[in-house]
Ligand binder design. Structure first.
Ligand SMILES: [Zn+2]
Length: 425
């Protein structure tokens, strides 16, 4: 039976190429969130033609949703002949900005030497195409399967997923009563299983001063100098402490296998003028300086401790500097997520990779987050992984591509996983 399944997928080589090209040729740039409706309608047509029940769902009122840029999502479901579990493939339909440095048309879907080029080819329209072809081949070979298959195309993953998976999860689309296994075909390599991601804490720090004439700074209080003291303290105590934290999470790349913090931006004093402004600045002592930090944390860390470490830095500086006043504001938080290796979807996909690729899969964790966060926290569904074709490092780069063989191989892993989960012997 497996051989029939694999030859059915090999026979769909031209189909998977055309499908990936079609998806790439719909420019779904986010921001602002272009053509979501168009790509959802394309997927609706394709999947309803294969017997799926298809719903188009607009995430009304979510960030960015407007009449000009409505947040459309598509969910397709195919019921089996018997009762059983549901396997859901979730792909984001949005792509990031094109950026500079392309030698091919970013929305051309050009096929060259077994690779299809375009923005979103790898992240993650290639993965979406692979899951569709996997499901269609499975349905041809096992029309009498038990359970259900779902395929969704969701928006806004690149901007947090609030108009996509988070919205659907709130509406019950990922409730464990409806869905039992979720595979997100993000480009993690066809022989790796991604179990989850680190946590995120974004915050804005502000130091306060007192404005005065720049020729008499002693009459003011410089907020930028206060921030300088904060940065010194971070260099001396916080950054070395973060580098010491180790984790059981198999994060890739290896540099991210610890706690990290990025200083995202810093600004103090007079606002920046337009580039065409030709005047000089006015002499003022800055009364405010703001810094945005992006702290990534581990499953072993608690978010309260993560916050406390930053507060400790600020309090230490406060104890050493006269008139040091600050504010600390949280901007965004995502808790870490990591599915157990013993979870059914992990064990199933792992066996399928071994059978098809002839090697034990590597288990990895993503340094950043992806839509698993919403499936875990809002949907309360723990049995979720990312698995899909493509080279992670190509994501968001110029000349992004997806290999045709990679798509076919991972489609075989996905289809074989469906067989294991939905065809009881
Ligand atoms: Zn992605």
């Amino acid at each position: 039976m497996s051989d029939n399944l694999f030859s059915a997928i090999d026979a769909k080589r031209d189909d998977i190429i055309a499908l990936a090209q079609d998806l790439i040729r719909i420019p779904t740039l986010n921001p602002p969130g272009e053509n979501y409706r168009l790509i959802c309608e394309y997927l609706e047509k394709r999947l309803s033609g294969k017997g799926f029940e298809v719903e188009l769902i607009r995430a009304h009122g979510t960030p960015g949703d407007s009449e000009k840029y409505p947040r459309w999502n598509v969910v397709a479901r195919k019921e089996g002949a018997h009762k059983g579990e549901c396997v859901h493939f979730n792909s984001h339909i949005d792509v990031v900005e094109v950026g500079k440095g392309w030698t091919t048309d970013p929305f051309g879907g050009e096929l060259k030497d077994g690779k299809i080029y375009g923005r979103g080819a790898c992240d993650m329209k290639g993965g979406l195409a692979a899951s569709i072809v996997a499901a269609e081949a499975f349905l041809e070979i096992h029309p009498d399967f038990a359970g259900a298959i779902e395929i969704s195309g969701t928006g806004d993953e690149e901007s947090g997923g609030y108009g996509g998976v988070a919205y659907l999860a709130e509406k019950g689309f990922f409730s464990p009563a409806r869905v039992q296994h979720v595979i997100i075909p993000e480009p993690l390599h066809k022989d790796r299983i991604c179990l989850g991601h680190r946590g995120v804490w974004w915050a804005e720090l502000e130091t306060h001063g007192h404005i005065a004439h720049g020729s008499m700074p002693f009459l003011g209080d410089c907020a930028v100098r206060h921030m300088g003291a904060v940065m010194n303290e971070m260099e001396e105590s916080l950054f070395p402490a973060l580098a010491q934290k180790t984790t059981e999470m198999p994060v890739v790349p290896e540099g991210a296998r610890q706690s990290t913090m990025n200083i995202n931006s810093i600004h103090g004093g007079e606002p920046q003028q337009d580039p065409d402004f030709t005047g000089l600045p006015a002499p003022c002592v800055p009364d405010s300086c703001k810094m945005v930090i992006d702290r990534r944390f581990l499953i072993e860390e608690n978010i309260d401790d993560v916050q406390q470490e930053v507060k400790d830095v600020l309090e230490k500086v406060a104890s050493e500097r006269e008139d040091f006043k600050y504010d600390l504001r949280e901007m965004h938080r995502v808790l870490p997520s990591m599915t157990e290796k013993s979870a059914p979807v992990v064990e199933t996909v792992s066996k399928a990779i071994e059978e098809i690729m002839g090697k034990v899969p590597e288990y990895v964790v993503s340094p950043g987050t992806y839509d698993q966060k919403h499936i875990d926290r809002i949907g309360k569904l723990k049995n979720c992984i990312a698995y899909g074709p493509g080279i992670l490092e190509l994501a968001h780069q110029p000349d992004e591509y997806i290999g045709v063989d990679d798509m076919l191989d991972s489609a075989k892993v996905m289809a074989q996983s469906l067989t294991k989960l939905l065809c009881p012997k």
